[in-house]
Design a protein around this ligand. Structure first.
Ligand SMILES: [Zn+2]
Length: 326
């Protein structure tokens, strides 16, 4: 696709879906990350012997991975010597960092080892709370949406004190900001911690993880800005999705798709474009020779092209008309 080494369209655009101006090309690096992270699902769902081997190597139980946040996985990936699992944990961290950034429900985040909830710059963790089943932020709230009292935690046999309790409370409120817990409680229960949610969306495959990684790379299509500069009034975001998707919906002819793709991305080798790249001497139109051969001129303004198109239109119309008469 690229005869020279310079990318005519950004790599991050090409890997996107058609509607975002891409060609659905596979990003090998992100695909590998997605594949590796999908091993977490096997880890959580399967009960086989190799899991005990891994637990021995990690010196921790698989269940601990679920109840502790992503900072715990990062620490573990540094400690573990097995290169495969190191990669799996790194990819998992990468996926989860993105999902936690975009997530709207902080109540389902892990409290412990959560990078977004630090006390004096270090992750918080209490084994006693975990043993009592306090795992996600939501677990620290009562049914009516109020924060659990210190006494109610003592009743759960949690070994804590006023200072620790207040420290955790401070972290939680800092994280949830203005979110209202009542609205969430009614909607989603039982729940899966945010860090694991993506692995439960589908039974197999790594598509969800891959989409998360690819979405993160999404950026404005640079040609769009140029179209906006030239055209007034500008199109809405959804209109652009339709515009980019259209060539792949209406035809299966790859040449036609490619022509429209080049046009939309403004990389069609018109004389004006080739002249700018210093590949030809004149930027003028190949048909009329009078005006610079820009995309607008070629498809909309050029008199000679209009004449040819009109000829084609008549010829098609005549053929249809004749065949009907027969
Ligand atoms: Zn012309």
């Amino acid at each position: 696709m690229w005869s020279s080494k310079i990318h005519k369209i950004k790599k991050n655009t090409i890997i996107q879906d058609y509607k975002f101006g891409g060609l659905k090309m596979i990003d090998i690096i992100e695909f590998t990350h997605a594949l590796k992270s999908s091993w977490i699902r096997r880890l959580l769902k399967q009960k086989t012997n190799w899991i005990s081997l891994l637990e021995a190597e990690m010196k921790t139980k698989v269940n601990d991975l679920c109840v502790r946040g992503i900072d715990f996985i990062s620490i573990l990936s540094k400690k573990i010597s097995n290169a495969f699992w190191k990669d799996v944990f790194n990819s998992w961290t990468k996926v989860t960092e993105i999902t936690s950034k975009n997530n709207e429900h902080p109540f389902f985040e892990n409290i412990w080892f959560n990078p977004n909830m630090k006390l004096e710059n270090s992750a918080i963790c209490s084994k006693s709370y975990i043993e009592a089943g306090i795992v996600c932020i939501i677990d620290l709230f009562n049914e009516d949406g109020s924060f659990r009292s210190l006494d109610s935690l003592f009743n759960l046999n949690i070994k804590t004190n006023f200072l620790e309790y207040n420290g955790f409370k401070h972290c939680v409120f800092k994280r949830i900001g203005n979110c209202n817990i009542k609205t969430f409680r009614e909607k989603v229960e039982p729940y899966i911690p945010n860090a694991l949610f993506i692995f439960y969306k589908n039974v197999k495959g790594c598509k969800d993880m891959y989409n998360v990684l690819i979405n993160e790379k999404k950026s404005q299509v640079s040609a769009r800005l140029k179209w906006i500069e030239e055209n007034d009034p500008p199109y809405e975001e959804t209109d652009w999705h339709k515009i980019f998707e259209l060539p792949f919906k209406i035809t299966r002819d790859s040449k036609l798709q490619w022509l429209q793709f080049q046009t939309l991305h403004r990389i069609l080798p018109t004389n004006y474009y080739l002249h700018k790249l210093k590949l030809i001497e004149s930027p003028n139109c190949s048909f009329c020779g009078k005006h610079p051969e820009t995309i607008d001129h070629l498809f909309v303004e050029c008199y000679e092209v209009k004449k040819t198109m009109e000829g084609c239109r008549r010829s098609i119309f005549k053929t249809i008309h004749d065949s009907h008469n027969i």
